[in-house]
Design a protein around this ligand. Structure first.
Ligand SMILES: Nc1nc2c(ncn2[C@@H]2O[C@H](COP(=O)(O)OP(=O)(O)OP(=O)(O)O)[C@@H](O)[C@H]2O)c(=O)[nH]1
Ligand SMILES: [Mg+2]
Length: 1028
């Protein structure tokens, strides 16, 4: 199927939805009708053509996205089926990146679920034009036994649910930060209309409207579906005095058909009674008749529908004994599904030229180029701008620069690759012996014409064309091998692929790890990175059953790391091979892939290595109250006695922690002017160090404090609140560093010069001065202006004396040591070496003059700086221990569906797993309950399995990482007072509390000391008399 010369006749679309809403079944019908013989229509809906992996067929869920080329009335449609399970959400991002539009599927019985939200958000973020498919309409008839009127109400509600989610996304309040980020690099052009999604100006209008033609009502299982246009055209032919347009408008909403007058009227125009809207009368009723006729074997009713709608169904098929077959015979002739969906795709979604014009602002944000760079490399600026322009207009001229985005790599066994090329020549698959798997790039050409064998540059997301040679490690040149059209599992070799088409590229295996931009010129900006809904959370250590297979395992892990966009493979400090996956289902598949494809050895998988964090008590009001009480300082002195560090620990309000965590990437850029290495969800290339984003962030931080304080207006009087607010704002002006990794949710405050004892202090008759760090972070964020900070910093300069002069020089040199000590401490807390979370450290290090002779000896000095780091680290850790330390655990948001009779069993599992139920709701018209709960990640292992087995497979759950939450138990709790002993026992008979248990399990895993009594009950031990 050669690509049409005109890119306007191409569509790239993906199917997105919640798990099991019928994406793959729908794809089957599209492939059967438009796939050029790839799938026999008889198998459509049963084969699940796009789920070609064994594991997908076995579990009946899709696990990867896959593309297929379809043709419809002279148009070429590249269709990508995606998985709905949250564990594979990265595949959804890969699919969305290559598409221009998205078919959002919703099950008419289940309605909107969490992944429906995610699908809409993904489509919105990638600036795809969404269309809606309401699937499984048959279930409304044959399962729920709804009347046409009830069904109409339900469909109406789902459409308005979806519309309200989408309009919330469009409204600028939601994701305000994100859009600020997105628009900010191209702030000059962000106001120009072409940068905004096309439909942004009709914000008030619903995005999904049956009248607009972007809603299909369908039953993928039986292969039928329609847009109201089909009915409008049909009735227009029958009712000559009403035109099709008026019918179209009347067919959705509260419009009624007056049979006698043959007119469309409002409700008032109907002469009383209980009139039904036109959609019910003219659309749903005939559908219901067809179903009821077939299912209750009412031949007359079926015949009526057949004659009313002039259908030609062969008698042979009508006489089939199986009602399902009869239904399909009638329905698929009457309302063929593929026709409705493909016409919608062609009519309502943009071609690549139109789409790329809108998407370019997201894909390749305009960069600010420093004026000096622009003048020294004018040709680079011109070339890069040309490449961007060509992407924007989807230029497919042969001389246009080639720009391609690879959104994931996937592995295909060499034996599955085509042996012959386009002209029947033999293909030479280089490296076939090296490994059994060939890595392909799942890609799309955005500009120019990509040719097999072409030489291109692979640009990593960090690449900056203005930096020339300094960017060597972010760019490689590579000669591509073959190009293929993707046909589900099949690959069809092609010689070239023009802009606006999806393609599989062979020959990138050694050059691209997960995603990359390919370009024919080095003078091109890389595409912005994709966004993922979650990050890989579930970590396990993997080892081979037979230690001799370690080499094979490591090689296999490296291959898996490449083949799966979403696993992370690391080697821990203790030498364990750690694999991070998105969830249980994903992990199981990874294990299977390793055992059967990549490593081919038997494996042992450890229990999950669950991450925790450490903090101190003081949530909510307590964190405010703690501001009142002057906390004790913890003191540590270096062994040489020259430096004393005083540390005080406080707790940050939860709202502020959340913002610090969410904005990690942005903070990294603002503070350091560059990106951080961690797997952030936000895109490094979207923003630069810019005043706007700092201002937005600053404002969010202040509002977080305000909202936290607002909650206490009842308990605390106004004056006090104002004082607290000022204290908090004061803290925000003194942020010296963030930790761990310089962007975490912990603050290091520079000493408060005015309130600390004084800059100069005396101890044992010696004079010492404060090591004072500038509040760099506050400056970068704009909480203080740089000149103020400098004035503050000059305080110690203002009173120099000879001894102080040298001390001062030394103190400046030691500031970095203080920050390092803080970084180390926040990276590994005192409870079980897990990172700290939400803490403020006020650190006051003093150095004293050295009396010994060897002052300032450089060796001595190095030792001294090490001692200062240790002292700061120890003091911070001790400050945590002394302020009621608490363990923090990650929580999943869990959405589960269960039948009423299994509700009890479900609750039993939930409570055993320490889940906190948020709400339960009966799904209207069904006997199903939807339960929302928070579930600790530490307990999630085996949760789905247990749920499945205890409810006999009736309940299913979906877990999404939600937030971190402190466990309120004290891990060091030992009953002391009389009441406590009465309540909990004297500690001898009491098992360890939850926090202690979790803490100890981590300590044990890490090989840290665990304080445990080996013999709990000495009195119960006895020596059995031996009878000789
Ligand atoms: N009754 C009914 N069942 C349907 C319909 N469409 C799909 N199904 C069934 O729903 C189940 C899930 O279908 P899939 O097509 O695999 O769903 P999916 O959205 O691809 O699922 P994932 O890819 O795992 O997210 C299958 O058992 C289908 O037979 C429909 O229109 N009516
Ligand atoms: Mg599927």
């Amino acid at each position: 199927m050669a690509a049409p010369a005109d890119p306007r006749r191409v569509r790239n679309t993906c199917i997105l939805a919640h798990v099991d809403h019928g994406k793959t079944t729908l794809a089957d019908h599209l492939v059967a009708s438009c796939g050029d013989g790839l799938l026999h229509p008889k198998l459509a809906g049963r084969l699940r053509f796009m789920d070609y992996l064994d594991e997908e067929q076995r579990r009946a869920i899709t696990m990867k996205s896959a593309a297929v080329v379809l043709s419809h009335k002279g148009h070429r449609v590249n269709l990508i089926d995606s998985p709905g399970h949250i564990d594979f959400c990265s595949e959804v991002s890969s699919a969305a990146r290559l598409s221009d539009s998205a078919l959002i599927l919703v099950d008419a019985v289940e309605g909107v679920h969490i992944q429906t939200h995610a699908a809409l958000r993904q489509a919105f973020l990638e600036r795809l034009r969404p269309c809606l498919v309401l699937n499984k309409l048959d279930r409304l008839i044959s399962e729920l036994h709804l009347s046409p009127a009830e069904a109409y109400t339900r469909l109406h509600r789902i459409i308005s649910d979806v519309n309200s989610i989408y309009s919330a996304l469009r409204s600028h309040s939601y994701f305000s930060l994100l859009s600020a980020l997105e628009d900010q690099p191209s702030s000059s052009s962000s106001s120009s209309p072409e940068d905004l999604p096309e439909d942004v100006d009709d914000d008030d209008e619903d995005a999904f409207q049956p009248q607009k033609g972007n809603v299909v009502f369908a039953c993928a299982l039986d292969g039928w579906g329609f847009r109201i246009h089909q009915f409008a055209d049909f009735y227009a032919a029958k009712l000559p005095n009403i035109n099709a347009n008026a019918l179209l408008k009347g067919l959705w909403g509260p419009r009624y058909f007056h049979k006698k007058k043959k007119m469309i009227v409002g409700k008032k125009g109907m002469d009383g009674g209980d009139p039904q809207p036109m959609f019910v009368e003219l659309v749903l009723k005939p559908l219901w008749q067809a179903y009821q006729g077939v299912l209750s074997d009412d031949v007359e009713l079926v015949k009526k529908v057949i004659t009313n709608f002039n259908l030609h169904v062969p008698q042979r098929e009508l006489q089939n004994k199986d009602p399902k077959v009869v239904l399909q015979a009638v329905m698929s002739r009457w309302l063929p599904l593929a026709d409705a969906v493909m016409t919608m795709v062609v009519e309502c979604t943009p071609d690549p030229v139109a789409a790329q014009g809108v998407r370019v602002a997201r894909l390749m944000p305009k960069r600010e180029v420093a004026p000096e760079d622009a003048s020294s490399f004018p040709e680079v600026v011109v070339d890069a701008e040309r490449a961007r322009r060509c992407v924007e207009v989807c230029n497919m001229a042969a001389d246009a620069p080639v720009v391609v985005y690879v959104s994931k790599m996937f592995a295909v066994p060499y034996k599955m690759l085509p042996l012959k090329g386009v002209d029947g020549e033999l293909l030479n698959h280089q490296g076939a012996n090296e490994s059994d798997e060939c890595f392909m790039g799942f890609a799309r050409v955005f500009s120019g014409v990509l040719r097999a064998g072409q030489k291109v540059f692979v640009l990593s997301p960090m690449y900056d064309p203005m930096k020339g040679d300094a960017m060597q490690k972010h760019v490689q040149d590579v000669e591509l091998q073959y190009l293929y059209e993707m046909l589900g599992q099949g690959l069809r070799p092609v010689l070239s692929v023009g802009a606006g088409n999806v393609v599989a590229i062979q020959g990138l295996g050694h050059h691209v790890l997960k995603s990359a931009t390919l370009s024919s010129t080095k003078n091109c900006w890389p595409f912005s990175s994709m966004m993922f809904q979650v990050s890989p959370m579930l970590k396990v250590a993997i080892e081979p059953s037979n230690p001799a297979d370690l080499g094979a395992l490591v090689k296999g892990l490296k291959l898996l790391n490449r083949a799966d966009p979403f696993v992370e493979y690391t080697v821990s400090q203790r030498g364990e091979h750690v694999l991070a996956a998105a969830g249980e289902v994903h992990l199981e598949r990874c294990k299977k892939d390793l055992e059967e494809r990549f490593a081919k050895v038997k494996l042992v998988v450890s229990d999950p290595l669950v991450s925790f964090k450490e903090t101190i008590e003081g949530e909510g009001l307590a964190s405010v109250e703690s501001l009142k009480s002057q906390r004790e300082f913890v003191e540590r002195t270096t062994p040489n006695g020259r430096c004393t560090v005083r540390v005080q620990a406080l707790r940050l309000p939860n709202a502020l922690i959340k913002i610090l965590e969410e904005s990690e990437q942005l903070l990294g850029q603002i503070i350091e002017g560059k990106t951080t290495k961690r797997n952030g969800v936000l895109d490094p290339c979207l923003s630069q160090d810019d005043g706007d984003s700092a201002a937005t962030l600053r404002q969010r931080m202040i509002s977080a404090i305000d909202s936290e304080l607002e909650a206490f207006t009842e308990q605390v009087d106004k004056e006090k609140l104002e004082r607290y607010r000022n204290t908090w704002l004061g803290y925000l002006q003194r942020i010296w560093s963030l930790g761990p990794w310089r962007v975490g949710p912990n603050l290091l405050l520079s000493p408060d010069v005015k309130s600390s004892d004084s800059v100069i202090t005396t101890q044992d008759g010696r004079e010492g001065i404060l090591v004072y760090g500038r509040s760099h972070v506050s400056e970068s964020l704009g909480f203080v202006c740089r000149s103020d900070a400098e004035a503050n910093n000059d305080i110690d300069d203002s009173k120099p004396s000879d001894t102080h002069e040298s001390l001062h020089v030394e103190s400046v040199a030691l500031t970095n040591c203080v920050v390092s000590g803080f970084q180390i401490a926040t990276n590994a807390g005192p409870l079980c070496d897990e990172p700290m979370w939400g803490l403020i450290f006020v650190v006051e290090p003093y150095i004293f003059a050295d009396d010994s002779d060897v002052a300032n000896h450089s060796d001595q000095y190095n030792i001294f700086s090490g001692q200062v780091i240790t002292a700061v680290k120890e003091a911070c850790r001790e400050a945590v221990v002394q302020n009621k330390p608490r363990l923090v655990e990650a929580m999943y948001f869990c959405e589960l569906t269960t039948p009423t009779e299994q509700l009890g069993a479900t609750y039993a599992v939930l409570s055993r797993k320490r889940a906190r139920v948020l709400k339960e709701e009966m799904q209207e018209g069904t006997s199903l309950f939807t339960v929302h709960a928070y579930l600790p990640v530490a307990e999630s292992i085996g949760f789905s399995n247990e749920l499945r087995s205890i409810t006999a497979g009736a309940a299913s759950a979906l877990l999404v990482l939600s937030h971190w939450e402190a466990i309120h138990h004290d891990p060091f709790f030992v009953p002391k007072t009389q009441e406590e002993i009465e309540e909990f026992g004297d500690g001898a008979s009491m098992g360890p509390n939850l926090a202690k248990k979790l803490m100890n399990s981590v300590r044990r895993r890490k090989g840290l000391h665990v304080e445990e009594k080996v013999v709990e009950h000495g009195t119960k031990q006895r020596t059995l008399a031996k009878k000789v």
